[in-house]
Design a protein around this ligand. Structure first.
Ligand SMILES: *[C@@H]1O[C@H](CO)[C@@H](O)[C@H](O)[C@H]1NC(C)=O
Ligand SMILES: *[C@@H]1O[C@H](CO)[C@@H](O)[C@H](O)[C@H]1NC(C)=O
Ligand SMILES: [Zn+2]
Length: 557
């Protein structure tokens, strides 16, 4: 309650200030006045009179102006120590090289192209290899059945008793399912397929051909030009459907999560907060599972993962219960009951609540306000909102509801720049924006990353975290590709190691962890950060500077 009153007070304060400002704002502003009125730059103003300045005076004002503007950018407040300054030079050299080449041949600049066309080219850049080694903190926005690489998925399809439902005569796949005997025919409309053991299909058609086919079906790759955002979502949902029978098999569920955690850690991600539908699992014995069993398997798997010495750098993982938004009042009340059960039984593993599914085709938050207001105060919201280009649509206005409902972070927030008051409050209330650049491009919200709205969030110091959403579906690494795009394609040319460090720190700061847990998390991150600086600065573990040329030694590792 307290929180909501504060929010309303703050909102009315903003409104008053806004009105006062527009009443007093003069019509035409010469540059000098502009500099004066935007902030604490009176020293800039005092340098200029009302007539045209001398070139010297102009230069001084311009420097002050640029400096002041840069001082508002994300990460500017960090101070780098000497080792960081040295690493910054190497990283910036790699960045500026690519940037400068891009200016000469813009169509070859990796962030101006579709990610699918440049996956290999990105992999070969020095900047990407540096970012792969960087400890990037946490992934706070990712969906549990789209975490692990295609390689892991294909390996899982080699388990015994996996059946595949195919249309007659061709190498297709409508569904997969583990069973001792041939499963019953699928009855859904449009599903006209027959079950065969996948091992038999592999014998008949050759394992390589089958694996190649499955690999293509399990990602959106290589289609770069879906008809529109809806078309991309349709294929996207088909992947989930095909994966269901594979991943929801109880023995596979935990294994998939374990392998995903391994891949995240290897990519420099030490903590993962994932969204989950909590599907009901199955097995060959016909055991009846509940969503709480799904959580139990997560917790057991995580404990197992954390107990291994090779994973000692890992901080942990928590879940955001995020069922489908395409439901009714009764469905929503069912979700909330499940949510309360999870909170009671696994309080340490639950981060909070969200709703998922294409915002535009599901129901907006507004429809469920009565139910959502019943969620106990000790369970936080982490809503997807504004993942759209439709200004003024209900999806777009989810941003307002998400904020008024007290969301701790906003998933995507792609439309935020069109909502000035939401933006003001996002900053004042410190609500992090979970930006997933690659996802936004593949799902066709933006084509050239240089047009991504996060550029504004970086330029004006908004609380941003970078995430990957569904890296498996775009054949991307757990987080490195999104960092590469954000740093090279979205942030300013001048954005340096301070931004990268800030993004890593933000990902821990804006996680759901308690203050104490964040403290421990930061120390685990700091150890990796120190190793990273040594790596970038070519310092070997015993402290000596290694003679191997940096650029040579990293490519191909
Ligand atoms: C990082 O490197 C760039 C390029 O050399 C430089 O302009 C910038 O000032 C450096 N940043 C810091 C904080 O040293
Ligand atoms: C990048 O290259 C390395 C080898 O240099 C390879 O192991 C890895 O699979 C490649 N990753 C991608 C995303 O292409
Ligand atoms: Zn998402």
């Amino acid at each position: 309650m307290q929180q909501r009153y504060n929010l309303i007070a703050l909102l009315s304060l903003c409104l008053c200030l806004g009105l006062a400002e527009s009443r007093t704002r003069p019509k035409a502003l010469p540059i000098t006045k502009y500099v004066y009125t935007t902030g604490s730059s009176s020293h800039v103003e005092s340098l200029l009179g009302t007539s045209r300045p001398s070139p010297e005076a102009y230069k001084t004002v311009r420097n002050a102006f640029a400096h002041y503007e840069e001082s508002r950018s994300l990460g500017y407040d960090l101070e780098l120590d000497s080792r960081e300054v040295q690493a910054n030079e190497t990283i910036m050299k790699a960045k500026i090289n690519e940037y400068a080449e891009g200016e000469i041949t813009p169509h070859l600049f990796n962030p101006s192209q579709h990610i699918f066309k440049v996956l290999d080219a990105i992999n070969k850049t020095e900047l990407f290899q540096l970012l792969r080694h960087m400890p990037k903190g946490a992934v706070l926005h990712a969906h549990d059945t789209a975490l692990a690489s295609t390689k892991v998925l294909i390996e899982l399809t080699y388990k015994a008793d996996l059946w595949i439902c195919q249309q007659t005569g061709d190498l297709s796949a409508e569904a997969m399912r583990f069973a001792k005997e041939k499963p019953a025919a699928l009855t859904d409309a449009g599903q006209n397929c027959d079950w065969s053991l996948l091992s038999d299909v592999r014998r008949e058609r050759g394992a390589e051909a089958v694996d190649e086919y499955l690999a293509e079906r399990l990602t959106l790759y290589p289609t770069t030009d879906f008809l529109d955002n809806n078309d991309a979502w349709t294929k996207f949902m088909k992947i989930f459907a095909l994966l269901d029978g594979l991943l929801m098999y109880a023995p596979v569920w935990g294994e998939y999560y374990y392998k995903a955690l391994e891949e995240f850690l290897a990519d420099g991600v030490q903590y993962l907060e994932f969204r989950t539908l909590l599907p009901t699992l199955y097995d060959l014995e016909g055991t009846v599972y509940t969503p709480l069993d799904t959580v139990r398997i997560y917790v057991e798997t995580l404990n197992d993962f954390m107990s291994k010495s090779e994973n000692s750098a890992f901080i942990g993982s928590r879940m955001i219960y995020a069922p489908l938004r395409n439901t009714d009042t009764e469905g929503m009340l069912g979700y909330i009951n499940t949510l309360k059960e999870i909170k009671e039984k696994y309080p340490d593993f639950l981060a909070g609540f969200d709703l998922v599914g294409q915002e535009e085709l599901g129901k907006p938050l507004n429809v469920f306000i009565d139910q959502l207001l019943q969620v106990p105060d000790d369970i936080d919201f982490y809503f997807h909102a504004g993942e759209t280009n439709w200004f003024g649509s209900t999806t777009d206005e989810n941003l307002i509801d998400a904020l008024l409902l007290g969301t701790k972070r906003i998933g995507h927030g792609f439309g935020l720049v069109k909502h000035p008051v939401v933006l003001d409050l996002v900053k004042k209330l410190n609500v992090a924006i979970e930006v997933s650049p690659v996802s936004n491009q593949v799902l066709q919200l933006v084509s050239d990353f240089r047009n991504h709205p996060c550029a504004q969030f970086f330029a004006d110091g908004y609380p941003v975290v970078i995430s990957s959403d569904d890296p498996s579906f775009w054949k991307a690494t757990p987080l490195s590709h999104d960092f590469y795009i954000a740093f090279l394609g979205i942030a300013s040319q001048h954005a340096d190691l301070r931004l990268l460090k800030k993004l890593a720190l933000n990902s821990i700061q804006y996680s759901s962890l308690s203050a104490d847990a964040k403290y421990d998390a930061l120390s685990k991150w700091q150890m990796k950060w120190d190793e990273f600086l040594d790596y970038v600065n070519n310092v070997s573990p015993n402290g000596a500077t290694s003679y191997s040329s940096h650029g040579q030694s990293i490519i191909g590792t």
